[in-house]
Design a protein around this ligand. Structure first.
Ligand SMILES: Cc1cc2nc3c(=O)[nH]c(=O)nc-3n(C[C@H](O)[C@H](O)[C@H](O)COP(=O)(O)O)c2cc1C
Length: 393
């Protein structure tokens, strides 16, 4: 199994001369090595996820921004993940009482205020000095669940120490089964309520843009659970060290005490295999377009999986969600909830915990507004009738 970053570790790398000052909602930009814009910004001045991305591009060191924003190879899938959402048009109903809209959804026995989960992203301390601790605080403040990556740069225990909101854990199976088992138990002891097994990364994709930027972890930043690194194999070694198969899924299901989701399913065949393996949920994902270029946009892959699963388990989707209207479209196409990756990390980079919180707040407001303008009072009322057919070409 290969991992997130084609990164060198321990190099001077970002050489982050970081000085972050927080004063209530006002966050001074971290003074990284080479940001082009270090002027202070009020989180409330940023009005949309695209604005957060643009601000992040200007205030982050180039290599950290490239790590976060880039995709694989020619970035066709990265582009399609967005374009596919833009092609879908909405079909509203009028004169409905939408004074209050209910955005909540129930997943695995917990009611979530929003159908938004924060996706697992590697190396938060390369994005902000407070790293995963800030993300945990921002996620809790925004009322969302966050999926901690195996490639976290902070231990699960430290994260659990500050997290007051729900956590899930994303698992990369480790070469040693005992270590994998230990990792699962650690995650469960830290309170993680579900496991997301990432199944789309037997090797890492051709992340040319990231490699070109010479992305490296900041000096002194480590990844406690990446045993590949501890054993001396470089992070950018994409050779197959070992093989993860459906047999491992069955084994993991037998040892995990919490719900097990597979992250990275795109086809009916694999959805069926997932059902047979006894998993509890599916995440339709192309890994944020970072692995195999020219895979379809996830929103285009979603209907096949939803149709095949037929309500037997929750289906989530991620990839390219940047607006409240994107969330409406995903729900209309049968997703129970969505995950967002880069958006909250732009928030983290720009404003730490306050930035994560603000990004979710923006999406919450946009989702509520879209539902009101669509005449839909709850997520249950959003189905295929909410989409204009056929989609624009
Ligand atoms: C910089 C970066 C790091 C990522 N790290 C992980 C990871 O450690 N584990 C994982 O399963 N997925 C990882 N992903 C994929 C995300 O979980 C998610 O599928 C993707 O970001 C969703 O697309 P979006 O960024 O357009 O919202 C990563 C994605 C990015 C952009």
């Amino acid at each position: 199994m290969a991992f997130e970053g084609a990164a060198a570790t321990g190099t001077a790398g970002l050489a982050m001369a970081i000085a972050v000052r927080h004063t209530s909602n006002r966050v001074m930009q971290p003074t990284f090595a080479s940001p082009s814009d270090t002027s202070p910004v009020e989180m409330s001045d940023l009005l949309s996820v695209p604005e957060f991305e643009e601000h992040a591009r200007r205030c982050m060191p180039a290599m950290a921004y490239e790590f976060l924003a880039s995709g694989a190879a020619d970035e066709n899938t990265l582009r399609w993940n967005r374009e596919a959402f833009d092609r879908i048009r909405l079909r509203p109903r009028v004169l409905q009482d939408v004074t209050n809209v209910d955005t909540s959804v129930s997943l695995f026995g917990r009611t979530h205020e929003l159908p938004i989960i924060l996706a697992p992203i590697a190396y938060h301390r390369a994005l902000h000095p407070d790293g995963e601790l800030a993300t945990a605080q921002g996620a809790a403040a925004s009322g969302t669940t966050w999926v901690v990556s195996t490639a976290t740069t902070t231990t699960l225990e430290d994260i659990a120490g500050v997290a007051t909101g729900p956590l899930w854990f994303q698992l990369y199976v480790q070469p040693d089964p005992e270590i994998t088992k230990d990792l699962i138990q650690r995650a469960e002891s830290a309170g993680c309520e579900a496991l997301c097994l990432t199944v789309d990364t037997p090797v890492q994709g051709a992340r040319d843009r990231q490699a070109r930027s010479r992305f490296a972890l900041p000096a002194g930043v480590t990844t406690p659970y990446m045993t590949q690194l501890a054993s001396g194999r470089p992070l950018n070694d994409t050779r197959r060290g070992f093989v993860v198969t459906w047999n491992d899924v069955e084994w993991l299901r037998s040892i995990a005490r919490v719900p097990l989701l597979l992250k990275g399913i795109l086809t009916a065949e694999d959805a069926e295999r997932a059902v047979a393996a006894g998993v509890d949920g599916i995440i339709v994902s192309n890994h944020g377009a970072r692995n195999l270029d020219t895979l379809p946009a996830t929103i285009d892959a979603l209907p096949e999986v939803v149709q095949h699963i037929g309500g037997r388990m929750p289906v989530l989707v991620d990839g390219g969600i940047r607006r409240g209207t994107d969330i409406v479209k995903a729900i209309a196409l049968g997703a129970d909830a969505v995950m967002i990756g880069r958006p909250y990390c732009y928030g983290l980079a720009v404003g730490g915990a306050a930035g994560v919180r603000r990004v979710v707040e923006i999406l919450r407001t946009e989702l509520q507004l879209a539902m009101q303008l669509m005449g839909r009072g709850s997520l249950r009322e959003i189905d295929s009738a909410a989409l204009w057919s056929p989609p624009a070409r």
